[in-house]
Design a protein around this ligand. Structure first.
Ligand code: MN
Ligand code: MN
Length: 319
C-alpha cells in the first residue's frame, strides 16, 4: 500500500481525505522556490449589502478538492509546469477597520510579489483586489480582464471610498491599473443612477454589457479582451456575480441575466497567451450558498485562471 501512488503523492490520495487546501496542493508559508501561490483573503468589510464572503476561502478550499490535476479543455497541467502551493490566508488583525485591513492585505501581497511568487486568490469581497494591486502593481500599472455584473468604479458610498463597489476607481487613481488596458465583461442589473459607471467610460475602460456580450458572441468578446489587454502585464479578476444567479446564487449582490459557467470557462480559456500576472475569484458568500455549488463554481473558475496563469509563468520562465 505504501508504494501505491495514491498514498505516496498527496495529490493522488482519495480527494475526500486529509485537510482541505486549494486543489489539494501542499500547504506552506515558505515562499522560496514557488512560482504560484494560492491565497485566501477572508475579508468582507467592504460589502455594501449581503455579507459572508469572508467565509469564501474556506468553502472554496473544501469544494476545490473535487478538482483533478489536468485541465481537460487545454491539456494544461499547472502542477507539472509550475511549483504551486497553498500559501494560506491574507488574514487581517483589524477586521473591523476597512482601510486598515486593506493595507494589511497589501502588505501580504507585497511580500508574495517580492518573493517572485504570482498570486491566484480567493476572496473575500471585491474590495480586496485593490490591496492585491497595491502589492503587485507598484512598479508598473497592470491591465485587467474583469468579469462582473458591476464595474466597481463607484465612489463614496455611505461615507467610504473603499467598499467593494469602488476598487477599480481607486486603483486607477493610485496608478496601479491602466484603464485603457482594462475590459469589464458581464455588466448589467438595476441601478439608482444611470451614470453609476461613468468613471469606467470616462477613463477609457472597455465596458461590455451582457446585451453586447450576446451580440458579439464568445469569440468576439475574447478577441476584444485580447486587443484591449495587449501584451502588457494583465490580471484576471472574476467576481462570481458576473455569472447568472442560476449558477452562482451564493453571492452578495446577484443580478439575473448573467454569464453561464460554460461561457465563463470559454472566456478564461480564450485569454491563454496573455502576459498574466495573477488573478482572483471573489464574492463567493457561503451563508447564501446552502448547496455549496457557488463555492464549487468559484473553485473551478479559480482552476481555470490558475491554468492560464501557469501557462504564462512557464512561458516567461522558458524565455
Ligand atoms: Mn459584482
Ligand atoms: Mn465586483
Amino acid at each position: 500500500m505504501a508504494d501505491d501512488p495514491e498514498f505516496t503523492d498527496p495529490m493522488e490520495r482519495p480527494r475526500y481525505t486529509g485537510i482541505s487546501t486549494f486543489m489539494r496542493t501542499p500547504y506552506t508559508e515558505d515562499l522560496s522556490g514557488l512560482d504560484i501561490g494560492l491565497i485566501g483573503v477572508p475579508f468582507d468589510a467592504g460589502t455594501t449589502n449581503r455579507p459572508g464572503a469572508r467565509h469564501g476561502p474556506r468553502e472554496m478550499r473544501n469544494q476545490s478538492t473535487l478538482l483533478r490535476k489536468v485541465h481537460q479543455g487545454t491539456g494544461i497541467a499547472p502542477f507539472d509546469i509550475c511549483r504551486v502551493a497553498d500559501i494560506g490566508d491574507a488574514w487581517v488583525q483589524r477586521p473591523f477597520d476597512l482601510e486598515g485591513g486593506l493595507e494589511e492585505i497589501a502588505v501580504f501581497f507585497k511580500r508574495v510579489h517580492d518573493a517572485g511568487v504570482v498570486p491566484v486568490s480567493a476572496g473575500g469581497d471585491h474590495s480586496i483586489t485593490l490591496p492585491v494591486f497595491r502589492g503587485i502593481a507598484r512598479d508598473r500599472p497592470v491591465g485587467m480582464v474583469h468579469f462582473d455584473a458591476h464595474c466597481d468604479t463607484g465612489d463614496d458610498y455611505l461615507g467610504s471610498r473603499f467598499h467593494h463597489g469602488a476598487p477599480f476607481r481607486r486603483a486607477v487613481e493610485e496608478g496601479l491599473l491602466d484603464p485603457r488596458r482594462t475590459i469589464q465583461i458581464g455588466i448589467r442589473g438595476t441601478v439608482n443612477d444611470p451614470d453609476v459607471w461613468k468613471f469606467s467610460h470616462d477613463s477609457g475602460m472597455r465596458v461590455v454589457t451582457m446585451e453586447e456580450f450576446h451580440e458579439m458572441g464568445i469569440k468576439g468578446v475574447i478577441e476584444e479582451a485580447r486587443r484591449v489587454a495587449g501584451d502588457g502585464p494583465t490580471y484576471i479578476s472574476f467576481d462570481v456575480d458576473g455569472l447568472d444567479p442560476a449558477f452562482a446564487p451564493g453571492t452578495g449582490t446577484p443580478e439575473i441575466g448573467g454569464l453561464t459557467t460554460f461561457e465563463a470557462q470559454m472566456m478564461i480559456r480564450g485569454l491563454r497567451g496573455l502576459n498574466l500576472v495573477g488573478g482572483d475569484v471573489v464574492e463567493v458568500s457561503p451563508p447564501f450558498d446552502p448547496s455549496g455549488n457557488t463555492a464549487l463554481v468559484g473553485a473551478s473558475l479559480m482552476f481555470e485562471i490558475l491554468c492560464m496563469v501557469a501557462d504564462a509563468v512557464a512561458a516567461r520562465k522558458a524565455s
